[in-house]
Design a protein around this ligand. Structure first.
Ligand code: CA
Length: 428
């Protein structure tokens, strides 16, 4: 009998235990307890109108969420001060040793029969809770680390260029600073952005709702331990600073982006919304998913050279669905630049890290057409519309729902589920 009635092959079994923040639905008794200090700002982080109860740290087990703080208090755990909180930030800030200790304790709470009487009543069905943005997002950076994606985009937008990659691409992980205040939790509606657009043949720019709204399937990395300004984080410091990962959809208005991006890069075409999973998977749950990244074709400067380092890639199998229909399965293992290299590059100039920093991998695209992580690539900039059960799509229409899911290989043939990120496009 599997522990606590989670079925044997459940990708959210006790081998996984991702963290989130939840409130109980429709509990008037619970609602009078709030609001709580340190509450995560931004009601856009709520997935519904019923989640008015107190926010608390939860750990997913199967189709239930454990009230981790209540369990810690009930069991007299020394980690109650990290778990009996309305956001993950205190746990994120506690550092690598605490992360491992807390995970060990949680694993025992949901597997050791002696704890069952205390813990079982603190497991709430997912259908009875509202999931919130699990941490306060500090700075948000987005990279461009898939060679397949970068080459596709280069061919689409610079067809006459000698090389589809820019000259810097193989020498540093290209990125930009995004807008942390518009990072929203899975389930949040995304309003179609408005802005300026001008096709090359148009005589003048026009203003209006984007007509080329797209997605970018990415993986987001969540920083826990801060770093000091002036002190770069080396490749070997990755696991000391990064707590875990999530799925991330970098919604992109291609028409706004194409007109505005020269010469300073992405701006309003990206900053209207970035969606993340409600669940943060700790790196400790992904030990068996670590892989060596693709062979490096250019020599790297020492601070980025990972030849002698532990494998920096992660084998995450992503699926992209539009209105429930899978359109792509991007393999994260194909990413040229690793999250450790991105962290090293992001800090090599002395820039510091804050607890809650979030950085996106960049669109994940594999070699084949069915592995592309954006509609831009899947439809080759609208040329080849997708035939979906819900109709033809070059880019997203109002009412479309985009859902990213993923899993990673775990120990002994198990799967580690990565929390989905979903969002619906609503009209401008
Ligand atoms: Ca992106």
């Amino acid at each position: 009998m599997p522990p606590f009635d989670v079925s044997e092959g459940d990708p959210f079994g006790p081998h996984n235990l991702p963290y989130g923040v939840f409130s109980l639905n429709g509990s008037a008794e619970d609602a009078v307890e709030g609001p709580v200090e340190d509450s995560v700002e931004g009601s856009t982080g709520s997935t519904g109108s019923t989640g008015s109860g107190r926010r608390r740290v939860g750990v997913r087990l199967g189709d239930h969420v454990l009230d981790a703080g209540a369990a810690a208090v009930a069991l007299g755990s020394p980690y109650a001060s990290l778990l009996d909180r309305p956001s993950l930030n205190p746990l994120l800030a506690a550092g690598r040793t605490a992360w491992s200790d807390v995970r060990r304790a949680l694993t025992a709470w949901v597997t050791v029969p002696a704890h069952r009487e205390v813990v079982a009543p603190l497991l709430h069905p997912l259908s009875e809770v509202t999931l919130h943005l699990p941490f306060e997002v500090a700075d948000y950076v987005d990279f461009y680390a898939s060679e397949n994606h970068a080459r596709n985009v280069g061919q689409i937008f610079r067809p006459d260029a000698e090389d589809s990659l820019t000259p810097n691409w193989k020498h540093l992980p290209i990125g930009y600073h995004g807008r942390s205040g518009t990072v929203v939790v899975s389930g949040t509606d995304v309003v179609r952005p408005s802005g300026q657009r001008k096709a090359p043949a148009d005589p003048a720019p026009v203003f209006g709702p984007s007509v080329r709204l797209d997605i970018e399937a990415e993986v987001g990395f969540v920083v826990g331990t801060p770093s000091a300004m002036g002190t770069p984080v080396p490749l070997s410091g990755f696991r000391d600073h990064v707590f875990g990962l999530c799925l991330l959809n970098d919604w992109s208005a291609r028409d706004l982006q194409a007109w505005e991006y020269v010469p300073l890069g992405p701006f309003l075409g990206k900053s209207f919304a970035t969606s993340v999973s409600a669940w943060i998977t700790p790196l400790d749950a992904l030990e068996d998913a670590r892989v060596t990244p693709p062979a490096r074709t250019h020599p790297l400067l020492p601070y980025l050279d990972d030849a002698g380092e532990e494998p920096g890639g992660y084998d995450l199998r992503i699926s992209v669905a539009v209105n429930g229909h899978v359109v792509s399965e991007p393999p994260f293992s194909t990413m040229y630049w690793t999250a450790a290299q991105q962290l090293a590059h992001m800090t090599v100039n002395g820039a510091s890290l804050r607890t809650g920093d979030l950085y996106g991998s960049g669109t994940v695209s594999g070699v084949s057409e069915r592995e592309r992580g954006s509609l831009l690539e899947l439809t080759w900039n609208g040329r080849d519309a997708l035939e979906l059960p819900s109709g033809k799509r070059a880019f997203l229409e109002d009412g479309d729902v985009v859902t990213l899911t993923a899993w990673a290989p775990g120990a002994g043939g198990t799967r580690v589920g990565i929390g989905e990120v979903t969002g619906r496009v609503v009209s401008a």
